[in-house]
Design a protein around this ligand. Structure first.
Ligand code: NAP
Length: 489
């Protein structure tokens, strides 16, 4: 919850960011100040300028301390080296403060012509914000094979799903769709779907449905007006929300809120767009929209509505289009500062043609802090997948592993290469790489794997092959806690 100073101002950490960030953030700050909201801004830094000072995380300690104190952040985008170098300072900020939900609304705006104009797009992507592939837990498995772990927790799913329904209620929205790839990733993406279906029963006032993520994108392009709130995993939500921003005119119009139980960070969906940096031409609407979301989070509902009205009145007038709407070489295109000045001049005016939605505070889900969220009645280990690096082809590797397992409680069941069974051969035409998953299961199907048997087998495998990691094959309450390879019976 926001923190106030003795004289009643709300403390907010302001991170100008990289590229176009400082221009966008300054625009939003000027508008908030002009709207008369009492804020004490603490300017702090993160991102490229901090990497250059030699701080590998891109988030210096004084920024962390400021956020721990204010618990509220308005930030510009931060540049991240693409395909090399340090990790994203953005993602670091989101994860450091457990802002588990990223709320990304898009709505058709007056004066912004798109192929969808007139169809009333008004939808919100609620993206899980700290788990999934986005955790960026990566390892080279062999010099030529990379792996990224997709970790999804039941607790994380429950938090994001509850938040999506609570957010829908806070805005008076009617439906929540859950978009997953659970037809393929049955355990990870499937966990979000299963949790959604359970939690949805507690929100009978809101329509709920599941949609496979690829069809969701298809439906978003074909008939976007059918969606209200969409809840999804981190990576899906990242990609999908750039798509949804384009439905209403582009990234210049897409705000977002990163919400956690302790801290909230408000920022545009867009990045630092370096080619426009310092030119005073970009559209600040996305950061202004994020600032409006921040005002609502602060409980400043009237000020938020006043800024939203002023923004819409300015856009309706059509007198101050930014270059992304009319083309940067169009003489009609206005500057970022002129657009901001026009919004400030329009504070106090109301739009008649655009309904500014009424909001209630969001009830944040508060789950127990216990790290254990699922306690099965029964569990057992019935095998293990051992991942090895080898230049051998499956027909040579299989018999060698079978020989190594002789006398062990475990036997080789199959070998897969990038998820497809290649041993025993079943006719698959697989262009093998030098990383194999070797699945060993108990010879006695009903038993429990003893650690000593696994260690003994691992020692033998290690004597002949480089191994990278081992995954135990577990069952919880009789349900397999692993999936089969493609082609495995
Ligand atoms: P980007 O910065 O979002 O820019 C992509 C394109 O979106 C721009 O070239 C521009 O399109 C349009 N655009 C973005 N913001 C706009 C605005 N305010 N007004 C008008 N048009 C806008 O994406 P990127 O080029 O892929 O990424 C650049 C850097 O930003 C990378 O280092 C990336 O890691 C980082 N990033 C940071 C965040 C964050 O801080 N939350 C998010 C995403 C990316 P046109 O070229 O069509 O004019």
């Amino acid at each position: 919850m926001p923190v106030k100073t003795a004289d009643g101002k709300t403390l907010v950490t302001l991170i100008p960011g990289d590229g176009i960030g400082p221009e966008c953030v300054e625009s939003a700050r000027r508008i908030i100040d002009a709207a008369g909201v009492k804020i004490e801004w603490e300017v702090r830094h993160a991102g490229e300028s901090v990497f250059k000072q030699g701080v590998p995380s891109g988030v210096p300690q004084d920024t962390i301390e400021s956020i721990r104190k204010t618990r509220l952040v308005l930030k510009g985008p931060l540049g991240t080296p693409v395909g090399y170098g340090e990790k994203s300072a953005n993602v670091t900020l989101r994860k450091l403060f457990e802002t588990f939900a990223n709320i990304r609304p898009v709505r058709e705006l007056p004066g912004v012509k798109t192929p969808y104009s007139g169809r009333g797009i008004d939808l919100v992507v609620v993206r899980e914000n700290v788990e999934d592939l986005y955790a960026g837990i990566e390892h080279m498995q062999s010099p030529g094979v990379a792996q990224c772990l997709k970790l999804i927790s039941r607790k994380g799913c429950e938090k994001i799903v509850r938040l999506a329904f609570e957010f829908a209620r806070s805005e008076g929205r009617k439906s929540v769709a859950c978009a997953t790839k659970s037809n393929i990733m049955k355990l990870t993406e499937g966990m979000l779907k299963r949790t959604f279906e359970e939690v949805a029963k507690e929100y009978p006032d809101i329509q709920s449905w599941h949609v496979i993520i690829d069809n969701c994108c298809h439906q978003l392009v074909k008939k976007p007006e059918q969606f209200d709130v969409i809840v999804t995993t981190n990576m899906n939500g990242d990609i999908m929300s750039d798509l949804t921003s384009a439905l209403v005119g582009g990234l210049g119009f897409a705000p977002s809120a990163n919400l956690g139980n302790e801290v909230a960070i408000f920022e545009a969906v867009h990045g630092s767009a370096p080619k426009y940096a310092g030119k005073n031409v970009i559209n600040p609407t996305a950061v202004i929209g994020s600032a409006i979301m921040m005002l609502r989070y602060m409980g400043e509902f009237d000020a938020a509505a006043a800024v939203e009205h002023a923004l819409i009145v300015t856009m309706e007038s059509g007198q101050h289009p930014t270059g992304d709407i009319v083309g940067y070489d169009n003489p009609k295109a206005t500057t970022t500062t002129a657009f901001t000045d026009a919004i400030i001049a329009n504070l106090g005016k109301k739009t008649a043609n655009y309904a500014v939605r009424s909001h209630k505070p969001i009830k944040m889900p508060e789950l127990p802090s216990d790290p254990v969220s699922v306690r099965p009645k029964q569990r057992r280990v019935l095998g293990a997948d051992i991942f090895v690096e080898t230049h051998l082809l499956p027909a040579e590797l299989g018999p060698k592993l079978e020989a190594l397992a002789e006398g062990n409680a475990l036997k080789l069941k199959m070998i897969s290469n990038r998820g497809t069974q290649v041993y025993p051969a079943k006719g698959a035409i697989t262009d093998c790489v030098d990383q194999y998953r070797c699945r060993f299961v108990l010879r006695e199907a009903a038993g429990e794997l003893a650690e000593a048997s696994l260690m003994d087998l691992l020692n033998k495998v290690a004597g002949s092959f480089r191994w990278m990691h081992v995954e135990k094959l577990q069952e919880f309450d009789g349900q397999p806690g692993y999936t089969k390879a493609q082609g495995e019976d």
